[in-house]
Design a protein. Structure first.
Length: 137
């Protein structure tokens, strides 16, 4: 009976080890497939909005962003202050060629968080005193 019990204990331990190994492999697989944000890839460069009604092109350096609307000629200059790899604050510095007087936005801040990255696309959340929007670039 002791031999049977030892064999049963061994099989039980062997089964637990298989389950543990399976859990570890599954966990590693899911973690490697989980989407990771590569926010650093979007700190500088040239970008466009992914939305149809947004013809603006964006040029971003470490501390400056320029949005240029090719249809209207409007140029928006904002200072960029990175708070973390995935969060930054934009402060309006100047706006050129806008048909209306919107000088009241100069100095206003927009808080931006990169929510998702997917290859060369990102989804951001932009918040200010007057808005809270999600945008795709």
């Amino acid at each position: 009976m002791d031999n049977k019990r030892k064999k049963t204990d061994f099989e039980y331990k062997k089964g637990n080890m298989k389950n543990l190994l399976l859990i570890i492999i599954l966990n590693l697989t899911l973690n490697s497939c989980a989407q990771q944000k590569n926010c650093k890839d979007f700190k500088t460069g040239k970008f466009v909005y992914a939305e149809e009604n947004r013809p603006e092109k964006i040029v971003r350096t470490d501390n400056l962003q320029i949005e240029i609307n090719s249809e209207t000629g409007v140029e928006i200059y904002t200072k960029i202050e990175w708070k973390s790899d995935c969060e930054y604050v934009m402060t309006y510095e100047k706006i050129l060629n806008h048909p209306k007087d919107i000088s009241n936005v100069i100095g206003k801040k927009i808080f931006v968080e990169i929510l998702e990255t997917d290859g060369n696309k990102i989804k951001v959340r932009a918040k200010s005193d007057s808005m809270d929007k999600k945008k795709n670039l």
